[in-house]
Design a protein around this ligand. Structure first.
Ligand SMILES: NC(=O)c1ccc[n+]([C@@H]2O[C@H](COP(=O)([O-])OP(=O)(O)OC[C@H]3O[C@@H](n4cnc5c(N)ncnc54)[C@H](O)[C@@H]3O)[C@@H](O)[C@H]2O)c1
Ligand SMILES: O=C(O)[C@H](O)COP(=O)(O)O
Length: 399
């Protein structure tokens, strides 16, 4: 598929409400932003489920204004040469604050206590007396000195772990894939669990901060519950699919799990005893919505305008200073001699290469080449066609 749009205005389609300060990155002279285009160049979204959507021929980029990309058909996008971005860390503080709020509020039976107090509305002058008599039913526990187990020490997990230490908790964390950046930011006082079993055996409260993937789906289930302390509280601000909900309902019923605080209510969750359903509010702060929208929009614009890639979940990061020279960007299989074949396509047209970058990620790679000469616009479809003939090329774009 050739995707030449040289000089044409581009269209951005939004699939959710995206903060306007982010969308204003797309200047009106070169971009149209709407929520109805049938053939957009890029899509910006939050939690909209794209799995049953057709991916239009002109689509070059999808940006998730947020962290989780399980609502996007990432593998299909890769096969079609569509870059998928997310906004790492842009909403992490918002989630951290809600996790810590929920940790304390659930431990103090605050949600149940408030709901009960509201039932007294019709009791008139008796209310203060009833409150004093009824409060014994909501006696809670302090979190100081208790152990918090944090599964996944990425942008959110690391913030939660550090701040829980400041609340005088013991913290044990598990993340076999921790990034170097996060490891640097994590307090040395966070105990490192060598296995999930070790974390389960010591934690009074568990909070899970991993992406939903084939490997993590249902990671908390009846087998793992057996390894946990009786009455443990579990907080899930990551994705509902991480928990086996049938097993969770039974474990809450038996008291094995004390409470399940989740940002992902559904029919099953709303039927559970001792579940605290929160309506997916983790990232819903003005600050985080703005951070995510700005980051997502900037990344898309940079890619459409220059081909440079930052924070993609399926393409390699790649950057080449943009000088305004004609740039050809190709996404291709990561196999030997691709760069040689692409560059020889230029020599057929007596074009000199000024600069280039080639980066790989797994089975795929991305190459950007700047041409030194003035390039006649009429030649571009021919050049692209020539490159497209090379076995292993997925997409070619001229900027
Ligand atoms: N409730 C909300 O509104 C909200 C907001 C933001 C993110 N999220 C969810 O939270 C998840 C985490 O967000 P983040 O910004 O911290 O992402 P992140 O990518 O910074 O961190 C994820 C961490 O999980 C680790 N990990 C992966 N598999 C693991 C496993 N099997 N065991 C232990 N650790 C594992 C990774 O190494 C990484 O450090 C997102 O994928 C998203 O689903 C929810
Ligand atoms: O993965 C995320 O970033 C969160 O789940 C936030 O989702 P939202 O943007 O729909 O609030």
């Amino acid at each position: 598929m050739s995707t030449t749009t040289l000089g044409k205005a581009k269209t951005i389609k939004t699939l959710n409400n995206i903060a306007s300060c982010g969308l204003s990155v797309f200047n009106k002279e070169n971009y149209t932003v709407n929520n109805e285009s049938e053939n957009p160049d890029a899509i910006v979204l939050r939690s909209f489920n794209m799995h049953s959507m057709e991916l239009n021929a002109q689509l070059k980029a999808i940006a998730r204004a947020g962290a989780g990309v399980n609502n996007i058909p990432v593998d299909k996008c890769t096969e079609k040469g569509i870059v998928v971005f997310n906004t790492p860390g842009a909403n992490a503080n918002a989630v951290k604050e809600l996790v810590l709020t929920s940790l304390i509020a659930s431990s103090r039976n605050l949600f149940e206590g408030v709901a009960w107090a509201k039932t007294l509305e019709k009791e008139g002058e008796q209310i203060p007396k009833l409150v004093e008599a009824g409060k014994k039913n909501f006696v809670g526990n302090e979190i100081r000195g208790k152990t918090l187990g944090v599964i996944g020490l990425g942008a959110i997990g690391a913030l939660v772990a550090n701040d829980a230490l400041d609340l005088d908790m013991e913290v044990i964390g598990f993340d076999p894939f921790i990034s170097v950046d996060t490891a640097w930011n994590l307090s040395r006082n966070v105990h490192r669990a060598m296995s999930l079993e070790q974390l389960f055996a010591t934690a009074d409260y568990i909070t899970v901060h991993v992406p939903l993937t084939g490997d993590t789906k249902g990671m908390l289930n009846k087998e793992t519950f057996k390894l946990m302390k009786d009455g443990v509280y579990i907080m899930n601000f990551s994705r509902g699919g991480l928990i086996n909900e049938i097993d969770m309902a039974l474990a809450l019923e038996s008291g094995k799990i004390g409470k399940y605080i989740t940002d992902f209510p559904n029919e099953e969750v709303l039927r559970m005893k001792n579940a605290i359903p929160i309506p997916h509010l983790g990232a819903s702060t003005n600050e985080s919505e703005e951070n995510c929208a700005i980051m997502a929009s900037r990344q898309v614009k940079e890619y459409l305008d220059t081909g440079n890639i930052k924070n993609s979940v399926n393409f390699p990061n790649a950057s080449l200073p943009y000088t305004g020279k004609t740039r050809v960007a190709a996404f291709h299989k990561n196999v030997p001699n691709m760069v040689g074949q692409i560059t020889s396509a230029f020599s057929n047209y007596h074009l000199n290469i000024a600069d280039m970058v080639n980066r790989s990620r797994g089975d795929y790679a991305y190459t950007m080449i700047d041409i030194d000469n003035e390039v006649d616009k009429d030649m571009i479809p021919d050049i692209e066609a020539k490159i497209k003939q090379i076995d292993g090329i997925v997409t070619v774009r001229t900027i």
